[in-house]
Design a protein around this ligand. Structure first.
Ligand code: ATP
Length: 251
């Protein structure tokens, strides 16, 4: 589904601030893989997701998504295939628009349309069904402005918006890190349910090692812009948080 081939990116090359953020990253992601991405601060995790989504240009290498080389596509074109969530629940929604309007825009992603046309007759009942699945009572608040929602409610809505048209790839950049532990667990469970139901190929950055092992089918560890460990199958099943901490000590 996703092939990363020899991706490189250096910030401020040739200066005293030169920083190699991605160092010949090659990796193959199978369709339906749900991969947790670990690594110390500055390891290159967000840069990797930024390069895949097109918000940062890579210096060299290529990105093949669903058989298509998207390396030269601008970010807006990739956004038709890639859903993305950030740590900040304020990103990804329009606060002065209602839940319904936000969902309408997300639902018409990739189509040239006006807001009034984005929300068509009959969509409301579909949106209400989708909101019910979040189990947060948002279906009762469809005409509420998104700016009035809590961080957790907003993050769950952003997740729904990113997946209401099933993306080829979902990129989650510490999307539960800013939430309190109970809400973070709730949003993580909603994420897992949506990803599994639609078999969405997903990369999820997290600093939560328990979460990294509990969710998804593979874990990769980045260090200094390189993938230094891939955990899957039996090895991943038998890996504990303590094992991961030890791995961090050795990288
Ligand atoms: N836009 C940028 N301009 C310059 N340097 C950058 C930029 N983005 C990232 N970097 C640098 O590249 C390196 C990798 O950063 P990145 O944000 O990808 O790390 P990370 O693994 O996501 O870290 P964290 O866990 O702290 O979020 C860091 O040294 C960072 O300072």
């Amino acid at each position: 589904m996703l092939d990363l081939k020899d991706l490189c990116l250096t910030f401020y090359p040739g200066t005293v601030n030169e920083k190699v953020a991605l160092d010949h990253v090659s990796f193959h992601v199978e369709e339906g893989d749900f991969i947790s991405v670990l690594g110390t601060n500055g390891a290159g995790k967000s840069t990797l997701l930024n390069v895949i989504s097109g918000s940062l240009p890579n210096d060299s290498g290529s990105i093949i998504l669903d058989g298509e080389d998207i390396s030269s596509f601008p970010e807006y074109k990739r956004a038709k295939k890639i859903g993305r969530l950030f740590q900040d629940p304020l990103k990804g929604t329009a606060p002065n628009m209602t839940i319904e309007e936000n969902l309408g825009l997300a639902y018409s992603r990739g189509k040239r349309t006006t807001l009034s046309r984005a929300i068509k007759k009959g969509d409301r009942s579909f949106f209400i069904e989708k909101l019910k699945e979040l189990n947060l009572g948002l279906e009762e608040r469809i005409t509420t402005n998104v700016g009035l929602l809590s961080g957790g409610q907003r993050q769950a809505l952003t997740l729904l918006m990113a997946t209401i048209v099933t993306p080829k790839l979902l990129l989650l950049d510490e999307h539960t890190a800013a939430l309190d532990p109970k809400t973070a667990t709730q949003v993580m469970e909603i994420t897992d349910k949506i990803v599994k139901e639609h078999n969405i190929t997903t990369l999820m950055i997290t600093h939560n090692m328990r979460q990294a092992l509990e969710y998804g089918n593979k874990t990769i560890i980045l260090n200094e812009g390189k993938i230094v460990k891939v955990l899957e199958g039996e090895e991943r099943k038998s890996t504990t948080v303590e094992d991961l901490l030890q791995m961090y000590d050795f990288i």
